[in-house]
Ligand binder design. Sequence first.
Ligand code: PLP
Length: 388
Amino acid sequence: MSIKEIDKQYVANTYARFPIELVSGKGSKLYDADGKEYIDMGTGIGVSVFGVGDEEWVRAVTNQLTKLQHTSNLYYSEPCALLAEHLCKRTGAKKVFFSNSGAEANECAIKAARKYAATNKGAEYYNIITLNNSFHGRTITTLAATGQDNFHKDFLPLTEGFLYADAGDLQGVEGLLKENKVAAIMFETVQGEGGVVPLTQEFVSGLKKLADEYNVLLIVDEVQTGNGRTGALYGYMKYGITPDIVSTAKGIGGGLPLGATMLFEKTENVYTPGDHGSTFGGNPVATAGALNILERIDDEFLSSVEKKSEYIINELSSAEGVKGITGLGLMLGIETEKDVNEVLSYCQQNGVLPIKAKNKLRLLPPLNISFEDLEKAINVIKKACGVN
Ligand SMILES: Cc1ncc(COP(=O)(O)O)c(C=O)c1O
């Protein structure tokens, strides 16, 4: 049996995979089982920030791997402590909880907000306002946080206490704050799975104002937008706000599973021993790699992300068959005249691997992709979008 056939027979049927079996890569290049080369414009859904097999990251990871691969959280360990320190110094957060995925990072954020509200306002202040069209994960609670009914059906009842407003509708948010006992407002700065839709400055500033006025916490889900993806270290920084809790995952691990929940001033001391935990959370190998990744995402690097973003927008905004471009930094959604599946399939056949977000082509290339590879990929994408 081929790998595709074995996978189809034995792996749970939750993914509609493309007919490509990836076996290796280097930098922005990926290779399939037939040796075909692709330019990676998806990074495993926003994960491989420095591409495949990045030498510095591999060194950091393997150094730790040969020393000690796992400790549990019963003991101290250097990479976990240093990564937490680094994140706090870069963001102003006071404490970090480590987990293994975006959904878990959000679970920790939601628990922190509920405990903060229960302690400071009363246990009945458990509601969390999230946005329609958001995506926060696949666990029963993060599905409840996800404001898209199509993800909910068949899995009811979900965790209670989530209320939804439309992105951009400050009045709607205020209405929910007036009518309900609320712990927090939670949002992505760019709704990634929702179609790469950035929130407006006015809306984000307005949410911050409402959060202050109604004494509720602001949780920013930076699972996809974080770690340099938008051209800022975290997307919220582009909006000039300070949140109370920030969750991240994907890119921070550079390809190893890692989630982080950053607790700012108000929530610094919300957790006490026994409140939350994770066997693998803060794993020394994953955190050693993450520290290497974050140390390299400095201002100069972030400005190179912006330059690449401008290049893509310039090239594609006037291209035939492109209706519009949304997003920030190297997290871009291309609205095409043709059916997006047709565009994607042309790209795949011609050695370029973007992904989709709703009806858009989604570009999430390695942040250090060379201009040469970017140019090649954009040329194929232009041809894919054009009327051919
Ligand atoms: C904004 C956001 N939050 C949470 C998640 C869930 O992350 P994970 O799949 O690592 O659980 C995702 C995944 O796409 C995401 O984009």
